[in-house]
Design a protein around this ligand. Structure first.
Ligand code: NAD
Length: 516
């Protein structure tokens, strides 16, 4: 295949008037198509249901962005059947042809970028640059996996010959599986998890988060337009505990590719381990879960850069990223100086409706709103409120970016994932104690260190136990094909999305020996 070399899709900063005008036009166009009802897609057929799932604008929750069919268990059975029927032929497509469909889909996404971003602004409250970063990541996953898949074709060359035999080993796909996505990066994560599985010949039932059923309906339309055959992806909007849980336990589900909370991930891991009636395999389970990510700053660091990175990592998309910085661990001698800068920067952040392109938009839904409010109260008891701390008087789920100081390393706000704009500052004696503190959580997803000391960089490289470690930069924003992403410990099974080995997880190796 003659394709240009892989490059990360540029993220629009909206600093030009032209980009802003395009975005305003896209927002108007999207607003004009609010309130539609989107069907499930099962075996290529659009299927409506008696009940629907309503998706609202978190900046103004009385505004309905759209509704989607609400799948039942019968629909889930039909979707899994459709995925297995499609598997027979899709798994035999030439790899080049499967990759070509994905490359075509990526190109359509590029052409519809502003519109896709606008859906994210209205459905989950992203500001423009966060929306652009997500659509760019979705395009990256689609492109990157399409190209990586071409490397897994044919017999492996790295094996030894054996006298008197012809030996060859090659990869084949697994079958029909389930992809389950969270709401915070609905397009990028659902697309990444799905494309990773299907590009190498599997088929899936895709279950979006309840809050993002509209955004994903538009994404799966693109795959259909790109020429994906019916049944390769079956779009199943529904309630997680009902249809997704049912399919997790289903004896015909071959694999589960999940991104979401630790609580759901633990349940899935256990449920999928049981071998059901008639089941012929051990299910493969991939889990990408939560984080309690830290930035550690020592006395040699560039304190302005550290403060800027902490604020960006803590409050980008309202802190609702698995990679968000929620612990700022500061060596005693620079504690006050860094916090002063962090507080000053935080005070300047704007909180507004997402379509006004503020620094922070709303939290995603009422459950998030309630959870973050609870942690604001907990933080006030566990430390000193330095800035923020309040929910705004508005219909939307707006919370001030909040920084707590004097938080103990084992305090609840220092240990539990808040998933909101709440940053806890922890004072440590020195760098070594700082390393011990950053590692002292159940999680191990991302982390960053600000230091100019080469020996400490090397110490942290070896000892800071996270899947994604950054020096002298923010701890969010991993790029596909550049920083493979996935966590240690209870942050998940370290699938390393956007990495060169990702696709192997959806393949099995067949070793064939013929005696001559
Ligand atoms: P969640 O676990 O509540 O929901 C995730 C998905 O699981 C949804 O589609 C939901 O409908 C479904 N679900 C719920 N119960 C289920 C069940 N019993 N069986 C099967 N599916 C079920 O998570 P969320 O609130 O949507 O997402 C936020 C969480 O996701 C945070 O913890 C965040 O850290 C994590 N996350 C992790 C990564 C990563 O790459 N590690 C990326 C993004 C988000």
């Amino acid at each position: 295949m003659l394709v240009t070399p892989y490059q990360n899709e540029p993220i629009e900063t909206f600093s030009s008037q032209a980009a802003l005008s395009d975005m305003q036009a896209a927002l108007r166009a999207v607003r004009a198509s609010f309130d539609k009802i989107y069907p499930m897609v099962i075996g290529g057929k659009k299927v409506m249901s008696r009940e629907t799932l309503r998706s609202v604008n978190p900046s103004s929750p009385t505004q309905v962005v759209g509704s989607a069919a609400k799948a039942t268990r019968e629909d889930a059975d039909a979707a899994l059947d459709a995925a297995w029927s499609a598997f027979g032929s899709w798994s035999r497509w030439k790899q080049e042809d499967r990759s070509r469909v994905m490359l075509k889909a990526a190109q359509i996404m590029r052409q519809r970028k502003r519109e896709l971003e606008a859906w994210l602004v209205y459905e989950i409250g992203k500001n423009f640059i966060e929306a652009s970063a997500e659509v760019a990541e979705m395009i990256d996953f689609t492109e990157y996996y399409a190209r990586q898949a071409l490397k897994h074709v044919g017999a492996l060359s790295a094996l030894n010959a054996y006298p008197g035999e012809e030996n060859e080993s090659f990869y084949i796909p697994l079958g029909a599986g389930l992809t389950i996505a969270p709401w915070n990066f609905p397009m990028a994560l659902m697309t990444g998890m799905t494309v990773g599985a299907i590009v190498v010949g599997n088929t899936v039932v895709a279950k979006p988060a309840e809050d993002t059923v509209v955004s994903l309906a538009h994404v799966f339309d693109i795959f259909e337009e790109a020429g994906l055959p019916p049944g390769v992806v079956n779009y199943l909007p529904g309630v997680g505990r009902e249809v997704a849980a049912y399919l997790v336990e289903h004896p015909r589900t071959r694999f589960i590719n999940f991104t979401g909370s630790l609580a759901t991930g633990k349940w899935i891991n256990q449920a999928a381990a049981k071998v059901g009636e008639g089941q012929r395999w051990i299910k493969r389970v991939f889990l990408e879960l939560g984080g309690k990510d830290a930035i550690l700053v020592d006395e040699t660091a560039d304190l302005d850069a550290a403060a800027a990175a902490a604020v960006q990592s803590a409050f980008g998309y309202q802190g609702q990223k698995c990679s968000a910085c929620s612990r700022l661990v500061l060596v005693d001698s620079v504690y006050d100086a860094v916090l002063e800068r962090v507080v000053e920067r935080t005070r300047k952040l704007t909180v507004q409706a997402a379509d006004q392109n503020p620094d922070l938009g709303p939290l995603c839904n009422s459950a998030q709103d309630a959870k973050v409010r609870e942690y604001l109260a907990i933080g006030k008891n566990e430390g000193a409120l330095l800035v923020g701390g309040k929910r705004l008087e508005a219909d939307g789920y707006f919370v001030e970016p909040t920084v707590f100081g004097d938080i103990a390393p084992r305090a609840r706000v220092a240990q539990e994932e808040v998933f909101g704009p709440v940053l806890s500052a922890i004072k440590v004696r020195d760098f070594s104690q700082g390393l011990a503190v950053v590692n002292d959580t159940l999680y191990g997803l991302t982390g960053a260190v600000f230091t100019r000391d080469r020996a400490r960089i090397e110490q942290a490289r070896a000892e800071f136990h996270v899947g994604n470690l950054y020096f002298n930069r923010k701890c969010t924003g991993a790029l596909a094909g550049v920083q493979p992403f996935g966590g240690f410990n209870l942050s998940g099974t370290d699938t390393k999305t956007g990495g060169p080995d990702y696709l192997l997880q959806f393949l099995q190796m067949k070793a064939v020996a013929e005696r001559f």
